[in-house]
Design a protein around this ligand. Structure first.
Ligand code: NDP
Ligand code: 2IT
Length: 446
């Protein structure tokens, strides 16, 4: 790493103490950028990187609500408006007990590069709350969403900032949030994505992230003359992204043998298909936060407190959460013959983990490239809202597939152009950076 990028990291750590995930996300990106900054001193003199690590705006607010026992609860709400150089801020909302300012800053930072890769005009943002949906009634979730939107609405808009779902925020929550936005503004607009199909949502948006990561893995394998057909695949998580991935991998002839949750992982040697994939939706909707229910229902093995990375597989798709795959997990996967890892979650692999993959020379795609299908399809939802015309499922899926192929090619071409062929991390970071950095240069000191 150059002295310049080292200085940036030191600065970010000093200015943002106690935000390790944000430090990690920045470090992962700037490590790739030395290759660009050497060739293009104009980015350095315009302090593009120094500007990009500082959010354009951070909104932090109180979210008071009343639970079913009549007791007052107070949560914290956030929206990080990270970068609007190439379009309105765009990115999900996360409701999870672990949410902090630092977690959302890491996610918003990643989002800037990811959205640039999609080829669609979207800036980067992220938001959410430390509200824990686990065990909450539907009414409690609605009251929380209404209170959250009662502050958020003044900071967003279809041409300003367009939130969507992430962990703990799915179609139901987007519905409650949209209803409250409309009440407060009297404006029926595409201010959120992931909406219901009857009121402006897009077909394929629920499946999009999981489909996208699978299309991306297929492209990676294709570059080695292989395909997903006949491959054994480990998936982690059991939420929205894991569900879409299990569906598409199965459709393409692969066999998904694992799912995981906070309680451990299940191993289903027969493959997770058909009604078993449908059951994932029930597990998620139950709010029980347990993957063991799958093992009980379908009589498969369950490993309490363990992650799925010790199973012998050809392909791994981490789809749960950040830092769920560390150095030892990476070594285990490589040792067992895994040759392709594509991230469905955001930053699921630690920096040490990703170095293991790079040294082993296996295919490895960072989430900002491989999970971009979710936000890309949100972008397609925005287009349909603007046109006031919905597309068919085939049309959206076709566009999503094209976008994922495009991102794959961009990563491959950019990595090669900057002297590190096959390095998807460098390819994604550099290509995303260049689009945003050039737009910032065009727009003057902003
Ligand atoms: P869901 O809420 O549908 O599912 C999340 C899954 O991850 C659940 O199994 C969840 O269990 C588990 N999980 C979350 N936090 C933790 C934790 N701290 N420890 C262990 N398990 C955890 O979310 P999504 O499927 O939407 O999101 C999964 C990942 O994909 C996230 O990293 C998200 O940022 C990323 N992503 C999502 C996109 C989308 O469009 N939804 C797009 C691109 C990326 P539980 O929460 O119940 O603990
Ligand atoms: O991390 C992500 O890209 C998302 N959660 C999806 C964001 C979006 O705006 O659809």
């Amino acid at each position: 790493m150059s002295d310049y990028t080292k200085k940036i990291i030191t600065h970010v750590k000093a200015k943002n103490p106690s935000e390790p995930e944000f430090h990690q996300a920045v470090e992962e990106v700037v490590e790739s950028l030395d290759l660009v900054l050497e060739r293009h001193p104009e980015y350095r003199s315009a302090k593009i990187l120094e500007r990009m690590v500082e959010p354009e705006r951070v909104v932090l607010f109180r979210v008071p609500w009343v639970d079913d026992q009549g007791e007052i609860q107070i949560n914290r709400g956030f929206r990080i408006q990270m970068n609007s150089a190439i379009g309105p801020y765009k990115g999900g909302l996360r409701f999870h007990a672990s949410v902090t300012l630092g977690i959302l800053k890491f996610l918003a930072f990643e989002q800037v590069f990811k959205n640039a890769l999609t080829t669609l005009p979207m800036g980067g943002g992220k938001g959410g709350s430390d509200f824990d949906p686990k065990g909450k009634s539907e009414n409690e979730i609605m009251r929380f969403c209404q209170s959250f939107m009662t502050e958020l609405y003044r900071h967003i808009g279809p041409n300003v900032d367009v939130p969507a779902g992430d962990i703990g925020v799915g179609g139901r929550e987007i519905g409650f949030l949209f209803g409250q936005y409309k009440r407060l503004t009297r404006d029926f607009s595409g201010v959120l994505t992931g909406k219901g199909l009857n009121w402006g949502g897009s077909l394929i948006r629920p499946e999009a992230t999981g489909f996208g990561v699978t299309y991306f893995a297929e492209e990676m394998l294709k570059s080695k003359g292989q395909s997903l057909a006949g491959k054994i695949v480990a998936v982690s998580g059991f939420g929205n992204v894991a569900w879409g991935a299990a569906k598409k991998v199965t459709e393409l002839g692969g066999k998904v043998v694992t799912l995981s949750g906070p309680d451990g992982f299940i191993y289903d040697k027969d493959g997770i298909k058909g009604e078993k994939i449908d059951y994932m939706l029930q597990m998620r909707a139950s709010g029980n936060d347990r993957v063991k229910d799958y093992a009980d229902k379908f009589k498969t093995e369950f490993f309490a407190g363990k992650r799925p990375w010790s199973v012998k597989v050809d392909v791994a798709l981490p789809c749960a959460t950040q830092n769920e795959l560390d150095e030892n997990d990476a070594k285990e996967l490589v040792k067992n013959g895994c040759t392709c890892v594509a991230e469905g979650a955001n930053m699921p692999t630690t920096i040490a983990g990703f170095k293991v993959f790079t040294e082993a020379g296996i295919l490895y795609a960072p989430g900002k490239a491989s999970n971009a299908g979710g936000v890309a399809t949100s972008g397609l939802e925005m287009s349909q809202n603007s046109m006031r015309l919905p597309w068919s499922a085939e049309e959206v899926d076709h566009r999503l597939h094209e976008i994922m192929r495009n991102i794959h090619q961009t990563c491959v071409d950019t990595a090669a152009k900057y002297g590190t062929p096959g390095n998807y991390v460098n390819g994604a970071n550099i290509a995303g950076f260049l689009k945003v950095a050039d737009s910032m240069l065009d727009q003057g000191l902003v």
